[in-house]
Write a new protein. Structure first.
Length: 377
């Protein structure tokens, strides 16, 4: 195709006389044509999945043209056969970056469809094509394989500008490959009456099945939503610095600790098990939250119940947990993650039944915590 172009030229010439010098201007129009057979270029990374719970879909793309972008846009729908919506822009430049957040009301399971378009005044470009669509699944459940060779699991949520649910695990965390089910659960399915929480519901919840106790620690990253990046959690309008990660032990929510990344909107924690994890909004970290919940342990029974005492919120600290008998003799010193005691002394032998005192400094409280646990057989 050809473009018809005009070039406006100005010439200024001197006009001489015997005693003065002046000038006059000649204006000329030059008409010529430029070949434009190259369509615009669209660069875009396809959305991999959209959460059925949050229903957030952020479409990011860049458009380029050698001469000029007249129009760019996106067409989208939950069912193209029933029609589609569109958002269009008129850059009138050679480069344009688009960042579009789709309305939640449009996103419905099981699939979201979209297509990108660019027009330079002569040539059209479409991605994926003028007759096809990007098809993105909208769900709350995904399945993954945990391999004994190590790896990474990512549950995408439709927003590439923040973090995702992520598991990073080394080799030999399991003896054989495990099929893992991850379900994103509605926060309103959990109503917690706790005066230490600013909001009775978690802001995000993920359930892992089966419950897994790993042979080694893994890294778990759990996201929360702050789409407009204003430092406040979406829907509840509470500052994200109050976000804390908890896990559900079958009876109550237990504090995890970890690090909050406000840029990625995630909480990152080390753990050696998977169950149900939720992000709650906490007023402050208290001694009641951090003190171990187990009052007694029965390590000799070997029934998988109350086999150990867990010291919560110490996943990434350099503190020491010391275990004493009632005579004041130290029977165990725990250095580094995981902070658990299985009722064995420093030589690996089961201790005698009775009461034992634990003592450690908790960096989140800047205080020493002391308590008693009963070992039974």
């Amino acid at each position: 195709m050809r473009r018809l172009c005009f070039l406006l030229l100005f010439f200024e010439l001197p006009l001489l006389s015997f005693q003065t010098i002046s000038s006059y201007t000649i204006t000329a129009f030059v008409q010529f044509t430029v070949e434009d057979s190259t369509p615009p270029v669209i660069d875009h990374e396809e959305i991999k999945r959209i959460s059925e719970i949050t229903r957030i879909a952020r479409v990011i793309a860049t458009f380029r043209d050698e001469i000029q972008l007249s129009k760019v846009g996106i067409y989208y729908s939950s069912s193209p056969s029933a029609g589609f919506l569109k958002k269009e822009f008129s850059p009138q430049t050679t480069f344009y970056s688009m960042n579009v957040l789709i309305e939640k009301e449009i996103i419905n399971p099981p699939t979201f469809y979209y297509r990108l378009m660019a027009f330079d005044g002569i040539n059209y470009s479409y991605l994926p094509s003028s007759s096809s669509w990007f098809e993105v699944k909208v769900n709350r459940i995904e399945y993954f394989d945990i391999s004994s060779s190590g790896g990474e699991i990512i549950l995408y949520d439709g927003n590439s500008e923040d973090g995702e649910l992520r598991l990073i695990y080394p080799k030999n965390v399991v003896d054989e490959d495990v099929r893992l089910k991850i379900e994103e659960t509605s926060p309103f399915e959990f109503n917690v009456e706790n005066d230490e929480f600013l909001w009775r519901n978690p802001v995000s919840v993920y359930s892992f099945q089966p419950d897994i106790d790993f042979k080694r620690e893994i890294i778990l990253e759990v996201p929360y939503q702050d789409v407009n990046d204003d430092g406040r959690v979406d829907d509840v309008n509470i500052e994200e610095r109050n976000c804390q990660l908890f896990f559900f032990d079958g009876f109550e929510w237990r504090f995890c600790g970890g690090d909050l990344d406000s840029k990625k909107n995630i909480i990152r924690v080390r753990t050696d098990h998977l169950s149900i994890y939720g992000v709650f909004l906490l007023k402050k970290i208290s001694k009641n939250l951090l003190k171990p919940k187990q009052k007694f342990i029965s390590p000799g029974v070997k029934d998988g119940v109350n086999d150990e005492i867990v010291f919560d919120g110490l996943d990434d600290s350099n503190t020491e947990v010391k275990i004493f008998d009632l005579r004041g003799r130290m029977v165990k010193r725990i250095k580094g993650y995981p902070y658990k005691w299985d009722g064995r002394d420093k030589r690996g032998r089961l201790v005698e039944p009775g009461a034992y005192i634990y003592q450690y400094f908790h960096p989140l409280l800047d205080k020493r915590i002391t308590g008693v646990v009963i070992v039974v057989r």
